[in-house]
Write a protein of this length. Sequence first.
Length: 271
Amino acid sequence: MHGGETIEQRAAEFHRVHRTKDLGQWRYYVAGAGETVLMLPGGAGIGISWLDLAPALHPAYRTITVDYPPSATTLTELADGILTILDAEGIGRAHLVGQSAGGMLAEVLIQRAPERVASVVFSGTGLYGAEDVDRLAGKVDDIRNTPWEQTIDAARTALRSVWQDSAEGEFWIGQVEAGYRRSGRDGLANSLATLLDLARHSGDLRPGWDGPALFLAAEDDLLITATHRRRLLDLHPGHTLRLFPDGGHSLLLTRPADYLAEVRAHLAASA
């Protein structure tokens, strides 16, 4: 999939081919033509996290990915911002791909504006619930009350645990840290507050949208439990689930060829 290029070279290519646009507090990246695939990054909220998938879909598709603004405190706010971007780009409907927290945002977007969604790929994701409220609230408090550099050090340690089997893990840790530093303490706390709000209200979500939904997951994902996954699966009774025996939380990093093949097949079938 990578053609022998280093991660740094692929990152430079991502920035070369994508047009960077600003809309209010949002920054987003657009490239390609054809049907739109909107890619929603995980909790770090950095659009470059899709540097391998987006170029692989060109020129058959137009791709958009985003940096989340640090001011949002709910996924509903983020979903409204995404809709504003779609409006600005003149896009009626888009295919969604959401990783981790981006998958949770994809579901909120589906609930909020189902007519704008052509299909969805959920990867490494589920829905937090009541069992997560105390943990997430504690994390928000910790970020607000812990010395900033200590918070950054703890984030590096946690990410190394998640990406320990990835040869490119250190590059991504650097990207996430840069994103955290741009957002600052309040932005990082807000990003977790969006997930806390979801945990408190995920029981209010109901099935209803019946478009094509593909789930990509690994049995050894350390961050998403079977309960989280089932909560989201139940909202999409007609879903397709591809459950890998290993690959951890970030299948695009650990199983890129499998990931791309599944996404391409899903998009082709959803056209």
